[in-house]
Design a protein around this ligand. Structure first.
Ligand code: ZN
Ligand code: ZN
Ligand code: ZN
Length: 368
């Protein structure tokens, strides 16, 4: 599968006129090699020429971590006194057009530009973006495994099995993180826990606020799970629970949110522009009078990166294709009172929207 992926990348390099692809930290490298670069001052870089063999230039002390894939790349470990920029530059040779990973540190980009004065640099996403946005069947299954893992945690939350009352948001966030790993993820990407009025801030950082009876608790969490080739795929889910019976105002807002989220999922059919999926959620929320309380886009693509193309947002006229995987996560945020969000990952498919998350979509009432 990785070898086929490299072939697709090379054919797109030909289409867009890129001679060499250079990948370091960030999601493109694991997407192509199953290896994730350490974010270090010692350079790791895949040099992938359009014609010719790819080489992974890696610090010697990191080389034992690399699972060798001779069908995809050769390995060039470098010793402590060698110059990795010079090694990469000599592998690039006289190439005119170089595409470099979007997340590559400026210190390496600038040094490489100095070492390759004749080369024209562009972003690697020019090559990899459209390929990564459309998932093949194996990628969809990898995303589904990750989604089902966080669904199990959501079900524990909804069943009242995760202690809330008397715990701080940070305690619950740490608990979610342990469960994310216990459910088979390689690492935790985030675990937002926001209680009561804190939930009105969409990306609230879990803090010392202690959860009490009468609080709504918004939990938005996800991690990265490895597939059999060592490529990591992300999960991302949001569920809200209420400690004790919710007040009418909150229950009514949740009913609107639920309807909006379901409408956007139903709208996520192949051929529909992303902006219309966003509009489907926004219309329901606006008609109920909460239009200005939903101030973020409806969703983001997801894959080896937590947020990637396609974005489900006004102004994105890209039509959904089979294999596009993305979140549908409308929210209603009432400053000083409460916030609500409901998020699933959905894949556009010929049969209709393929919902990866199946955890109950209601506002669960818990008593502890
Ligand atoms: Zn977010
Ligand atoms: Zn999320
Ligand atoms: Zn999300």
């Amino acid at each position: 599968m990785l070898a086929e992926r490299a072939a697709r990348v090379r054919s797109r390099m030909a289409d867009v006129g890129v001679d060499v692809l250079l990948l370091s930290v960030g999601p493109d490298l694991p997407y192509l090699t199953g290896y994730e670069a350490m974010p270090l001052e010692r350079l790791t870089m895949l040099v992938l020429p359009r014609d010719g063999e790819a080489t992974l230039v890696v610090p010697g002390l990191e080389a034992p971590r690399v699972t060798e894939r001779p069908d995809v790349f050769g390995l060039r470990p470098w010793g402590e006194t060698e110059d990795p920029i010079g090694i990469v530059a000599s592998l690039v040779g006289p190439a005119a057009s170089v595409a470099i990973g979007d997340h590559t540190w400026a210190r390496f980009v600038l040094d490489l530009q100095g070492a390759l004065p004749a080369a024209r640099f562009s972003k690697a996403s020019l090559v990899t973006g459209p390929l990564r946005a459309v998932k093949d069947d194996a990628e969809v299954e990898a995303l589904r495994r990750a989604a089902l893992a966080v669904d199990r945690i959501a079900a524990e939350l909804q069943a009242g099995e995760i202690p809330l009352v008397g715990c701080s948001e940070a305690d619950v966030s740490a608990d979610l993180g342990r469960r994310i790993v216990a459910e088979g993820h390689q690492h935790v990407n985030f675990a937002i826990v926001a209680a009561g009025a804190n939930a009105a801030s969409p990306h609230h950082e879990a803090g010392h606020r202690v959860i009490e009876r009468g609080d709504v608790v918004l939990c938005d969490f996800g991690g990265t799970m490895l597939d059999d080739e060592g490529v990591g795929y992300c999960s991302d889910i949001t569920r809200c629970v209420h400690v004790g019976e919710p007040p009418a105002e909150l229950a009514e807002a949740y009913a609107v949110l639920y309807e909006a989220q379901r409408a956007a999922v139903a709208a996520a059919v192949v051929g529909t522009p992303c902006e219309q999926v966003d509009a489907a959620a926004r219309r329901v929320i606006a008609e109920a009078g909460y239009g200005d309380r939903f101030m973020h886009r409806t969703g983001h693509g997801i894959g080896v990166e937590e947020h990637e193309d396609p974005y489900i947002v006004a102004g994105n006229a890209t039509s959904l294709e089979p294999g596009h995987a993305f979140s549908i996560e409308p929210g209603i945020y009432i400053p000083g009172r409460f916030g609500l969000r409901l998020e699933d990952i959905v894949v556009a498919a010929d049969k209709g929207p393929d919902e990866l998350n199946l955890a109950d979509h209601g506002l669960a009432v818990v008593d502890a």
